[in-house]
Design a protein around this ligand. Sequence first.
Ligand code: FAD
Length: 271
Amino acid sequence: MSANHGTLSCPATAALEHLKAQLGARLSTDPAELEPLREDRSGHRSPGAPLALIRAGSIEDVQLVCRTASEHGIPVVTRGAGTGLAGGACAGPGELVLSTQDLDQVHEISVPNRLAVVGPGLLNGALNAQLAEHGLWWAPDPASKDISTVGGNIAMNAGGLLCAKYGVTREAVLALKVVLADGRLISVGHRTVKGVTGYDLCALLIGSEGTLGVIVECTLALRPVVTGPRPVVAASFPSLIAASAAASAVMAEGLTPALLELMDGPTVECV
Ligand SMILES: Cc1cc2nc3c(=O)[nH]c(=O)nc-3n(C[C@H](O)[C@H](O)[C@H](O)COP(=O)(O)OP(=O)(O)OC[C@H]3O[C@@H](n4cnc5c(N)ncnc54)[C@H](O)[C@@H]3O)c2cc1C
């Protein structure tokens, strides 16, 4: 087999040529753009740069990438904002990075139905800024909410300090559109609060860390913005045991605090 023939029959080369012809500037092989994709915020670093970065501009782009990668046996790493702490968005040699960050549209905000339909690339903080104008709020509150995407939050089933009262991301998602590895588009979940028919595939996809498909549209359950005074109580205790007993007593009283935070002495000093 000639060297030239070998190059042309290389699955990665054929896949990249096909994708480049379809996607144009949405596909980049610029080393300066690929290098940061080796990392997220986990501290992990892959052994080398991925093959290419594709910035999906539509659901059809995602379908094309998944279908082509499947046909050529090339792994795809889906990436939101890259703030994950589990290494799921770190991409290495021989892999394609599929960014959903440009799928950041707000398709619908329905005040009476208390739901929003958005693209996965929208930042959590940007979504909540828009919802506030309607007196609504999406409750998942990872500390990274201003820099992480809704799709990433769903893929990680993120939960912040308020999860004790409002639940984690799973409790705030009604339905998803997802592109499977072979490029098929599926819809899971329901637009209604009561959606009990069929297997709960939506719950399965939430927290699946990009392993089951690419989330391309998210129907989110919203809450009215909390108004009125928000009392804050601070107390100090002689021991961790005493502080834990106080937290248990609060819950046993039937109170539902938005959050209960326990800080030990060294942490308080750091703050
Ligand atoms: C300062 C800081 C504070 C944080 N605080 C919290 C916290 O309080 N609670 C918490 O739970 N996490 C927290 N995190 C972790 C991180 O921010 C969250 O996991 C966040 O949900 C990741 O979103 P992302 O858009 O950055 O996703 P990425 O890091 O890009 O991706 C994370 C995972 O989701 C997958 N993924 C991303 N988009 C999609 C998609 N459209 N379809 C399918 N899979 C997808 C990726 O493949 C990867 O496996 C924190 C991180 C930082 C840096």
